[in-house]
Design a protein around this ligand. Structure first.
Ligand SMILES: [Zn+2]
Length: 120
């Protein structure tokens, strides 16, 4: 088996993932703050639409999902399985990883899953 560990690349991906995680945490905090402000201002104004609130809740959970994916990527980096497709175990193209460090699947598997509609 050919190992795909290039320390410089690894560091780059790790930095990208850590940065993304930080940004997501920040966005989650902001959205939660807004949610809190909304729920308190609701007592005084009935004009705040539920849609806004639902939108914020939806945003929050989307960021949390993304943060989880980023964490999984960091774990794969530590475990040495980073950059390998979780489905066919072939190496994921470096270009793809640079554009999307959280990629778990190679392009072929990803496209297959999208076609069959089983991608989450
Ligand atoms: Zn694959």
């Amino acid at each position: 088996m050919r190992t795909n560990s290039n320390p410089t690349r690894c560091r780059k991906h790790r930095a990208a993932l850590e940065e993304e995680y930080r940004q997501l945490q920040h966005r989650i905090e902001l959205a939660e703050e807004q949610l809190m402000q909304q729920s308190t201002s609701n007592q005084y104004s009935t004009e705040v639409s539920y849609l806004d609130q639902e939108d914020l809740i939806e945003k929050c959970s989307r960021y949390r999902r993304q943060a989880r994916v980023v964490l999984q990527g960091l774990k794969r980096l530590q475990g040495g399985t980073f950059g390998r497709c979780a489905k066919c175990e072939r190496a994921i193209a470096q270009k793809r990883l640079e554009a999307l460090p959280t990629a778990q699947y190679c392009l072929t598997c990803q496209e297959q899953m999208e076609m069959t509609g089983s991608a989450a």
